[in-house]
Write a protein that binds this ligand. Structure first.
Ligand code: CU
Ligand code: ZN
Length: 200
């Protein structure tokens, strides 16, 4: 009996010692030209339905700028080495959160609005796109364009590529509350002494 308790304690400790992970991707956006002031950060968190993308940019001219995942994780040649829009389904260009998979490229995030102080941000959920399974944006590029994505064909007429970054996979500690492996087995829950309260 004592031994069983010890074994159980060890097992429970092991369960609690296991780190909880969610897949996270990060990219650092840099200007594609030497003299560029463009900078930014992208954080991507994977869920079982898609990815949550959070972007912050600075040093960018005021206005709307097209923002997409591009096929190749290479920022060379002023961002042109990143190739075309990530388009695993060979669909037309659009706005993924609105148009869905059949009518938009998997990399179509629309525009980032940049305010007069040169900063802009974007927070968006992209359904059906992942980091750790296909279609995956891991290792691909994020491109910030010179002009607005007007959702015209074939790629939104967003012009040159002023910022670029490559998405790297990173494991990050998840919130314990969301991790089933962190749930205390029912048998280990000792009911707390709840003071009796009269219902009035
Ligand atoms: Cu693009
Ligand atoms: Zn596109």
């Amino acid at each position: 009996m004592k031994r069983n308790l010890l074994v159980q304690t060890i097992i429970t400790s092991l369960i609690f010692a296991l780190p909880a992970y969610a897949s996270v991707g990060v990219a650092t956006i840099k200007g594609t030209k030497d003299a560029s002031a463009v900078s930014g950060d992208v954080t991507i968190t994977e869920t079982d339905k898609g990815i949550e993308v959070e972007v912050k940019v600075a040093g960018v001219p005021t206005g709307k700028h097209g923002f997409h995942f591009h096929e190749v994780g290479n920022c060379g040649d002023e961002g042109n080495a990143a190739g075309g829009h990530f388009n695993p389904e060979k669909t037309k260009h659009g706005f993924l959160p609105q148009d869905g998979y059949q009518n938009a490229h998997a990399g179509d995030m629309g525009n980032i609005v940049v305010t007069p102080d040169g900063t802009g941000s974007l927070k968006q959920f992209l359904p059906g796109v992942y980091l750790t399974k296909e279609p995956s944006i891991g290792g691909r590029a994020v491109i910030l364009h010179d002009k607005e994505d007007d959702f015209g064909q074939p790629t939104g007429n967003a012009g040159g590529r002023i910022g670029c970054g490559v998405i790297e996979l990173k494991e990050a500690a998840a919130d314990n509350a969301n991790d089933p492996s962190k749930h205390v087995p029912e048998a280990d829950i000792v009911p707390a002494e709840v003071p009796h309260m009269d219902v009035k």
